[in-house]
Design a protein around this ligand. Structure first.
Ligand SMILES: [Zn+2]
Length: 393
């Protein structure tokens, strides 16, 4: 039966590539993140294949397409995003960013890889699976908006509304058709120090908030940033801490009473976000114990938990078997960016990432994808769904 699926996808090769070209031509850069044209194309394709779907949006311009085959559990979710990052420097593009031009085996354009290639592959897999019903459980596909700016109106909206109940999740992202099972967490923090203003000629009458900030940041870099260099994870890049912005003071001759700095902290899959926040709070509490005058506070601007899926989980095992079947590398890798997968991983749902496209080309000018990789990904998704949801399994 699974040979039939592979053959079906192979037969639809031209149609899959043509569909991807249409998706690339339907501009959906974010901001502003209007994905309606992409959603319309996906809806038309699903309708043509008699796959049931609905469109849900919190904001009209940011629709989310949810398609389902079968019913009940297990529920396998395929998810990817319809929005793309902006074009960037237009002059640096060698091909029209929304032309979907094919040169050799590569299709060029913004979103050709990230993540319209994954979407095209996932839609093709759903179409192929639709012909081998009945399935045991549900295959759900979501094509979401808003991913490139945090997912609030996309995946987070669907999850918070209780509209998705997956048991396993496959996120379509640019992994170069490698199985990714880990992703770093993201934590953005704001630190504020408070002082007392005074004339710059009599600074002893005030309390300098910038000087206080220098001490706080120095301690954070020494006590948190330094030791991070000794931590490692086999699948992801190292953890990091980077001071991103600093603001404070109104004039050279005024002792500043306020200073603010923001920090970008990336956590390893085996660190937790609450622990990373607590580390920061401990450093400040220690400084305050030594100097009760010091006024500083920490605030979380935004955070996304890491992903680490057990190699023993059924979705990883099945994905490895399918990768071997397609003669792709089957050992897991880490995903270098942050994905919508975090919304599921934080709820304890086993989540993997897989999709066509070179991760190095993400978000750069001259984005492109090898169309053969897209067809291979479609086979991977279809075989994986078949393995997880076929009656025999
Ligand atoms: Zn992406």
């Amino acid at each position: 039966m699974d040979h039939t699926i592979v053959e079906q996808i192979e037969r639809r090769r031209a149609s899959i590539i043509g569909f991807l070209a249409g998706l690339v031509r339907a501009e959906s850069t974010n901001p502003p993140g209007d994905t309606r044209k992409v959603a319309d194309l996906i809806a038309a394709r699903l309708r043509g294949s008699s796959v049931d779907f609905q469109i849900l949006s919190e904001e009209l311009r940011k629709p989310n397409v949810i398609a389902r085959l079968g019913s009940g559990h297990p529920d396998l979710l395929f998810t990817s995003h319809m929005d793309t990052v902006p074009v960037g420097n237009l002059k640096a593009w060698r091909h029209e960013p929304f032309g979907a031009e094919i040169v050799g085996t590569r299709m060029h354009g913004r979103g050709a890889a990230d993540a319209k290639a994954s979407l095209a592959g996932m839609v093709a897999a759903v179409e192929a699976l639709g012909t081998v019903l009945p399935l045991r459980g549900t295959l759900t596909l979501t094509a979401v908006s808003d991913e490139e700016v945090g997912g609030v109106k996309g995946t987070e909206y669907l999850v918070d509304r209780g509209l998705l109940h997956p048991d396993h999740v496959v996120v379509g992202e640019i992994t170069g058709n490698r199985l990714a099972t880990a992703e770093k967490g993201v934590l953005w923090l704001r630190i504020t120090t408070h002082g007392r203003a005074a004339h710059g000629s009599t600074p002893w009458e005030g309390s300098n908030a910038i000087s206080a900030m220098l001490r706080v940041l120095g301690a954070i870099e020494a006590r948190i940033g330094g030791p991070l260099g000794t931590l490692a994870h086999p699948l992801t890049p190292p953890p990091s801490l980077s001071i991103g912005t600093i603001r404070g003071g109104v004039a050279t001759n005024v002792v500043p009473d306020w200073c603010e700095a923001t920090i970008d902290r990336r956590t390893l899959p085996n660190e937790t976000i609450p622990e990373a926040v607590a580390q920061m709070e401990r450093v400040i509490a220690d400084l305050q114990r030594a100097d009760p005058q010091l006024q500083a506070d920490v605030e979380v601007i935004q955070s996304g938990p890491p992903i680490e899926t057990s190699p023993q989980s059924p979705i990883v095992q099945a994905a490895q078997a399918v990768a071997r079947e397609l003669q792709l590398p089957s050992d897991p890798v880490g995903y270098h960016q942050a994905s919508d997968g975090r919304f599921f991983a934080e709820r304890g749902i086993p989540t993997i990432l897989f999709g066509p496209g070179d991760p190095e080309l993400a978000h750069t000018v001259n984005e492109s994808v090898d169309v053969n990789e897209v067809v291979t990904a479609a086979k991977f998704y279809a075989l994986l769904a078949f393995r997880m949801l076929s009656e025999q399994s």
